[in-house]
Ligand binder design. Sequence first.
Ligand code: IYR
Length: 326
Amino acid sequence: MDAYELLTRNVEEVVTDEEVRDLAADPEGKRAYVGYEPSGVLHLGHLLTANKLIDLQEAGMEVVVLLADVHAYLNEKGSFEEIRATAEQMKAQFLAYGLEEAQTEFVYGSEFQLEEEYTLDLHHLERETTMNRAQRAMAEIQGDETAKVSHLVYPLMQTLDIEYLDLDLAVGGLDQRKVHMLAREKLPELEYDVRPAIHTPIVADLTSGEGKMSSSEGISISMEDSTADLEEKINSAFCPPTRDPEGDLENPVLELFEYHVFPRFDEVVVERPEKYGGDLTYEAYEDLAADLESGELHPADAKGTLAASLDELIAPGREKLRELRD
Ligand code: IYR
C-alpha cells in the first residue's frame, strides 16, 4: 500500500488533500499526533485513531501521543494525580494494542503547556479569538453543558499543541475538526505554520445504528470487555443486511469490520459448518459487505466473526490492564 493510501484510508476528512499528498511524498520521520484526555480504559473511539497511527507508522512517520492531562483537568475529569494515574495505564494499553514503541513518543501536556513561552502565546491567542469562535470550536467536544472559561481556553491550547510539539500532521476523530479549523486559522496569526489534519469517522451507536457510539450513552466496547461481554454486545447490535440503511442509520457491524477489523488483519475468516456452505475467507471489507447484502453471509455469522476479531485485538491490552490493577 502506498504512503498516501496509508495516510488516508478509512479517513472521513482530509484537510487539505494537497498538503497531505505533499506529506505522503516524503513521510519518513515526519511527526503526527493525536491527543487524548486520559480516561484509563481505552474504548473503540481511541482505537479508531490508534489504527490510523499504526498506518502512519507503517508509512514511516513518527507518532506523538499527547496525554492531555491539562485538557482533562480543564474539562473536569479529576485531579491531576488521578488523571496521571489513568494516563499511565492508557500508555501501556496503546503499546499492547500495537503502536510501535520505537516510533512512538508519549508526552504529557503538563510537560510543556505550563512553560512561560506557551503561556504567553496562549494569552496572545486569547486576545486574537472571540468567545463565540472558541465556543463553536468546542461544541462537539464538550456537549451542551454551560460553557466555563476553561472550555474556551481548551481549544486555544489544543491549537498551540500543534506548534509546540513540532508536528507535521494532526489526527483526530471528526469531533475534533472544528478545533483543527480554528488552529489553521489562528496559527498564522502568531506567525506559525499551518499543518494538515485528517479526521477519522465516528462509529454509530451499536444497537440503533444512529448517532455516535459513546461510553456515556448506549453500549460501547472497551479494553475491559471479556470475550463473553463482546459476544453479548455484538450479538445485540443492529445489523440490517445492507451497508446503507434508510435515513440517518448506519450498519454498525459493517462499520466495525471496515474501521477496526480489516485494517488490522490480512484476512478475515468466517467459520461455518460444511452444511451451511463452509468457511468464507475475505481479504477486503467490500467483499464481506457485498456478501452480507446478497444474503450469502448471514448477519449471525458476521457478528460471531466480528466478536472474535475484536476479542483478538483487545486481548493484549485487556491483559495489560489486569496486570496493572493486580
Ligand atoms: N480534544 C481531545 C483531547 C486533545 C486533543 C488534542 I489533538 C490536543 O492537542 C489536546 C487535547 C479530546 O476530545 O479528547
